[in-house]
Design a protein around this ligand. Structure first.
Ligand SMILES: Nc1ncnc2c1ncn2[C@@H]1O[C@H](COP(=O)(O)OP(=O)(O)OP(=O)(O)O)[C@@H](O)[C@H]1O
Length: 685
């Protein structure tokens, strides 16, 4: 079979399933071959029930103790107690009432699932069932891939389809030039890709991964270069003049810019008035005050009679920026109008917004990714501020300016990457760093505790709320599905509401909520109508409520350090003393060491370095990767050396063959061009 064929060509993938695959962006057999697992389940020997620990996925073996029950309620829950000589464990399944009959026959039962703490103690939730128990033997010590899924498509279905797809992989499909594969001693393509999905051991996976990390970086760098982002800078065809109103605005701001903010603002101002179009990256740790610098650039564009657009990575964040900038325009009586453009607005609202943008009535446009490009026609867009997550959209944004005018580009990033790596990843951008925090800040006080501390954490939060402050709680994680995650957040906030009493309003936020609901909750939290916000990691980026002073992170052991640092960065943004409580359900030394780093440092750069030191090459499994810059397998920090090499190879390839026209680069070129085209399509739709 040709791997370019539609995914529906695989056996067992009907029309309906095909659509589900599309949702995961898997269209062809090759897409599936390259859809690597996000992790692996390693099937260990069963543990004694007394050792089944909160927050862990484990396997237990035992017999059913007492009766199996199915209870009503919103969701049907089937409950049993599993017993071995060391103890009993409560086990529940959702929506599987038939289990009552199938499991009632007695005999040894093996269950594998995550153990969580509920009101009535430890519970294993929705485990896999091995019954009769010998069925587990087939799996013992194996590594099962775990894929990112979509509702309706199970992990098993993906495993089956992936096995089939992999049987059609062969070395002729490799996009890396053969000479590179030889020189670096990489595994041949077909073997490597099959080990990416079904490795026999960790070492096996690591060896296969090496090649795809390299490939991913190489493709990334070459794509950027092919999109003509590097090389000749377009001329600056906008006329910018200094605006007195900006100086007046800065004078009246309730705080003085830090030295670092002033320095960066100067660099931006100089760029915008210079002979070439600006392409600048502003890097700054969480809470370092990047937003005001971006706002200043927008104001400068607006006051010069141009338009400026700011694209936020999430809708919640877009609304926050819009609210802030609108407020500023009003307070400081600036003669400019801000406009919001997001996906959840009604057709009528959008149409009206488009009109005001086309006529130039609105000059500061804040929105989300897709929408800023949609039908909006700008009168005279001179500046686009984006987030690093939109790395690839740059080219269309330039196109979006239309009529051959290329706007200034400002990219904001909170990722603490060393300069040498930033130069490779952002080779087309000048780099500014905000390396100083505002003076009014008190360092965040951290503590690392176990779950036994939960009640004390709640009473601490109650006291903070009594003092007028607000708190965030990052809910324990549920990996199985988004809907279970939602239920979990709701259950948790109910429990918390009971614990803190009615005077305090607890709100919650999760990925499955409608945009409007999210906005309402965020607005209520920003106005202190909600004092404690229980959330999944959706609040991770950018949210700025300076009155919030406590961040309680449940299951802290399950996050990467970079992500924990981002989450913690939601507090300590104002003048009040702030606290971060890392609650961990694991007692392992490794967890302790990792959390200890955060406990003793609030510095993103230092944390990233330490994280790297601790995560040896063997540790690619347990903890969620940072997801920074959204690489599929590569990790900017951990694979820094590979990134450097890929950067060198990319330059060497282009030096020898700038158009990628040599036969040995043909596959690479096709791959890159298809990728660029896809990105273009996605971002212009
Ligand atoms: N020079 C300053 N002095 C005092 N407060 C400041 C200063 N600059 C910014 N702030 C305030 O600090 C808070 C954090 O700033 P901002 O939201 O810009 O952070 P950020 O760099 O975007 O961080 P993150 O990456 O976490 O979103 C805001 O409430 C902002 O008003």
């Amino acid at each position: 079979m040709n791997v370019k064929e539609k995914i529906g060509a695989l056996k067992g993938v009907g029309e309906k399933t095909e659509k589900l695959f599309y949702k995961l962006d898997i269209r062809t057999v090759e897409d599936l071959i390259r859809y690597y697992p996000r992790g692996f389940e390693i099937y260990e020997d069963p543990v004694p029930i007394s050792e089944a620990a909160e927050g862990h996925t484990c396997t237990v073996a035992g017999t059913v103790f007492g009766r199996i029950q199915t209870g009503g309620g919103r969701i049907q829950v089937t409950t049993l107690y599993l017993k071995d000589i060391t103890g009993t464990l409560k086990v529940i399944w959702f929506r599987m009432p038939f289990l009552r009959n199938t499991l009632a026959k007695g005999g040894l039962l093996i269950l594998r699932g995550r153990v969580v703490r509920r009101k009535d103690g430890l519970v294993m939730e929705h485990p896999e069932i091995y019954y009769p128990a010998y069925k587990y033997e087939e799996k013992l010590h194996s590594m099962q891939p775990v894929y990112s899924l979509t509702a309706g498509l199970t992990n098993n279905a993906l495993i089956r389809a992936a096995r089939q797809a992999l049987s059609y992989a062969d070395d002729s499909q490799d996009i890396l030039p053969a000479e590179l594969v030889r020189r670096y001693g990489f595994l041949p393509y077909a073997e490597a890709v099959s080990r990416m999905h079904f490795p026999e051991s960790k070492e096996d996976y690591i060896r296969a991964r090496e090649r795809f990390v390299f490939e991913e970086f190489l493709v990334f760098i070459l794509s950027l270069k092919r999109m003509r982002l590097e090389g000749n800078r377009p001329e600056n065809r906008f006329v910018f003049e200094e605006q007195d109103e900006i100086a007046r605005f800065l004078d009246r701001l309730p705080y003085e810019l830090t030295g670092a903010q002033k320095k960066v603002w100067n660099e931006i101002r100089t760029d915008m008035q210079g002979p070439y179009v600006m392409s600048r990256l502003v890097q700054g740790d969480v809470g370092s005050g990047k937003t005001i610098v971006a706002f200043l650039a927008l104001l400068l564009a607006g006051l010069n009679g141009y338009q400026g657009a700011m694209m936020a990575p999430t809708e919640v964040l877009a609304r926050q920026h819009f609210a802030n900038i609108s407020e500023m325009l009003k307070t400081y009586e600036l003669p400019l109008k801000a406009e919001l453009l997001t996906g959840s607005m009604t057709a009528k609202e959008k149409r009206e917004a488009y009109e005001r943008i086309a006529s130039g009535e609105s000059s500061l446009i804040i929105g989300t990714h897709a929408l800023i490009q949609e039908k909006a026609v700008y009168k005279n867009l001179a500046l686009v501020v984006t987030d690093e997550q939109h790395r690839f959209g740059v080219r269309q944004r330039e196109a979006l300016a239309g009529k051959g005018r290329e706007p200034h580009i400002l990219v904001m990033s909170a990722t603490p990457i060393p300069r040498s790596l930033a130069i490779i990843l952002y080779g087309d951008l000048d780099i500014s760093v905000i390396d100083e925090l505002p003076k009014n800040r008190l360092p965040i006080k951290n503590c690392v505790v176990d779950t036994g501390y939960r009640d004390r954490a709640y009473s601490f939060m109650t006291k903070q709320v009594a003092a007028g402050r607000q708190c965030y709680v990052i809910c324990p994680m549920v990996e199985e599905s988004e809907s279970m995650e939602a239920e979990n957040v709701i259950d948790y906030s109910r429990m918390l509401q009971e614990a803190v009493g009615e005077k305090i309003r607890v709100g919650f936020l999760h990925g499955k909520m409608k945009q409007k609901e999210k906005d309402e909750i965020m607005a209520a939290f920003a106005d202190n109508e909600i004092q404690i916000l229980v959330s999944t990691t959706v609040i991770e980026v950018g949210i700025d409520v300076p009155n919030a002073t406590v961040m309680l992170i449940e299951n802290a052991e399950r996050f990467g350090l970079a992500q924990l640092h981002q989450l913690r960065g939601r507090v300590g943004r104002g003048r009040h003393q702030s606290y971060c409580i890392f609650m961990s359900a694991s007692n392992s030394d490794e967890t302790k060491e990792r959390l200890d780093i955060l406990n003793h440092s609030n510095d993103g750069f230092f944390i990233a370095g330490e994280d790297l030191r601790l995560r040896g090459p063997g540790d690619l499994f347990g903890i969620r990767q940072s997801g920074i810059l959204d690489f599929q397998v590569a990790d900017v920090f951990q694979d820094a050396e590979v990134l450097k090499r890929a950067g060198q190879e990319a330059s060497a390839i282009l030096k020898q063959d700038s158009g990628l026209d040599l036969p040995e680069h043909a596959a690479l070129k096709r791959h890159i061009d298809a990728k660029i085209q896809k990105i273009m399509l996605e971002t212009t739709l």
